[in-house]
Write a protein that binds this ligand. Sequence first.
Ligand code: ZN
Length: 93
Amino acid sequence: MNNEQKTVFLKCKKCGHGHFAVSREEAQRQVDEFNQYFDSLTKEDQEKNYGGNKSSIDSYEKCFRCSAKYTESEECKEEDIPLGVTIQPLIHE
Ligand SMILES: [Zn+2]
């Protein structure tokens, strides 16, 4: 990861929810990393901490709030995203 890289912010055109952009490669890497960790847990912990759900690239492909596809989001300025809102990663190509 290159921390010098500027974060690109995205806004869902449908509901206005903010996200930050990740490449598909980066999203896949995070999914793989999480799933590797997930597999190392006991079934009980998988259920308790994550509802028994593995990570999937699908969640990086849609708006966290309204599930619109990532192609429905547009680049925006950081100031356009309301303060105090947790933003999720979204694929941006
Ligand atoms: Zn949305």
